[in-house]
Design a protein around this ligand. Structure first.
Ligand code: SF4
Length: 68
């Protein structure tokens, strides 16, 4: 799973960092950043929760399907 935060949409509420602190951190500028581009599967549910909970819909998830 690849996850990104759209800087233009993020307003820095921090909902994502609360839902999944391993993946989302609030950077010095006050907006969210992701700590990884390849989210481990055990964190997928909380990343989806974060994306669903983001008031600005700034979190974009790209589900990757591994072939083998
Ligand atoms: S919940 Fe959304 S708007 Fe708030 S900090 Fe996270 S990405 Fe930004």
């Amino acid at each position: 799973m690849n996850v990104t935060v759209d800087d233009d949409l993020c307003r820095g509420h921090g909902v994502c960092a609360s839902a999944c602190p391993s993946v989302f951190v609030i950077a010095d500028g006050g907006y969210a950043e992701t700590t990884t581009n390849d989210v481990p599967s055990d964190l997928h549910p909380s990343v989806r929760d974060a994306a669903d909970g983001c008031p600005e819909h700034a979190i974009h998830i790209n589900e990757e399907h591994h072939v083998h």
